[in-house]
Design a protein around this ligand. Structure first.
Ligand code: NAI
Length: 333
């Protein structure tokens, strides 16, 4: 048995996390659950967004699954995700984008993985007011950070038996920062001669993703571009209720869906747990439980084809609970 730290998070987080724990129990995953708090609701309870005891728990277990946490716009606290990713140096954000069976998709042929650098770039929120009418954000890109995310992407391509990796950037305009990222990625690519590594400017990549996503296998990109492209890709394959993710570091891994805390539907039983369930599939793969991972994936797919159990975001008539019950039933059946 291995300890799995569970952070239910804010908004729909606890609802979709309950679905995941039920399914993990049903598949007899070898985890001992240990709950830890983080988020605005924890702040309201105890005055701390990300308590030290939560950081200590993750540092000890090295393995966590996290529900979304809310971050205020244009002021207030720094994102808990950014803090967690920096604290544990979770440098690779891996987001597989695949059109699931039964789901009405904008494009049913998408099957790609976004590998997003997770610790640098504008996304660190390193900003200052120059004067009251002028604000600056620091885009910091390092050779080391670029090299390790590129290597992660190429090694993932090897593991998944893929042949093509696109490096996505805007080095035509940000010649220094994105130029360094692109140059470094191409240097590392020389160590992977069997892969076709090519580069694409992020605006063109966005258009290509909408029109012909099937051309992409692996996309390696910077933090902010990866954030935006992930949601674009979610839109292709059925929405934010579908796409899973993993934050991977040298020692610690934290699994979470791409979506946020969805305050508009929180507490109503409407949240689609598929994205977090598929994050749990990635978690099971991460710990080497390939059979259990495949079983959960199969059960999720088998449930997605039944509109009576699916949630409303997929045009279904069901709820978080009916979908979860269907996944559990399909695991047994
Ligand atoms: P969001 O992803 O929470 O919601 C966008 C839209 O997608 C909403 O209409 C929502 O109802 C829908 N949606 C999202 N997940 C869904 C699901 N599982 N099932 C059905 N519908 C779903 O994005 P938004 O509204 O921009 O952000 C809300 C809060 O979440 C913000 O405070 C933001 O900072 C935070 N956030 C947290 C993330 C994390 O913790 N990983 C990631 C993204 C946003």
């Amino acid at each position: 048995m291995r300890t799995l730290t569970i952070l239910p998070g804010d908004g729909i987080g606890p609802e979709v996390m309950e679905s995941v724990t039920e399914v993990l129990k049903a598949v007899k995953a070898p985890f001992e659950f240990e709950y830890a708090d983080a988020g605005e609701e924890e702040f309201a309870r105890n005055g701390d967004l990300l308590p030290q005891k939560t950081l200590d728990a993750i540092a000890k277990s090295k393995l966590a699954i996290k529900g979304p946490t809310s971050t205020p716009k244009g002021g207030g606290h720094k994102s808990i995700n950014v803090r967690l990713r920096q604290h544990f140096d979770l440098y690779a954000n891996v987001r597989p984008v695949k059109s699931p069976p039964g789901v009405k998709c904008v494009n049913a042929n998408a099957d790609l993985t976004i590998v997003r650098e997770n610790t640098e770039d504008l996304y660190t929120g390193d900003e200052r007011m120059v004067d009251e009418n002028t604000a600056e954000s620091i885009k910091r890109i390092t050779k080391g950070g670029s090299a390790r995310i590129a290597r992660y992407g190429f090694e993932l391509a090897r593991r998944l038996k893929k042949t093509k990796v696109a490096i996505v950037h805007k080095a035509n305009i940000m010649k220094m920062s994105d130029g360094l990222f692109l140059r470094t990625a191409m240097e590392v690519a020389a160590e992977f001669p069997e892969l076709k590594v090519y580069d694409l400017i992020v605006d063109n990549c966005s258009m290509q993703l909408v029109t012909r996503p099937e051309q992409f296998e692996i996309i390696v990109t910077q933090n902010l571009y990866g954030d935006i492209l992930s949601d674009l890709c979610a839109g292709l394959v059925g929405g934010l209720g579908i796409v899973p993710g993993a934050n991977i570091g040298k020692d610690v891994a934290i699994f979470e869906a791409v979506h946020g805390s969805a305050p508009d539907i929180a507490g109503q039983g409407k949240a689609n747990p598929t994205a977090l369930l598929q994050s749990a599939v990635m978690l099971l793969q991460h710990v080497g439980e390939m059979d259990k991972a495949a079983a959960v994936q199969r059960a999720v797919y088998a449930s997605l084809v039944n509109p009576l159990v699916c949630t409303g975001d997929l045009g279904g008539k069901g709820s978080t609970k009916t979908f979860t019950a269907a996944v559990v039933a399909n695991l047994k059946g």
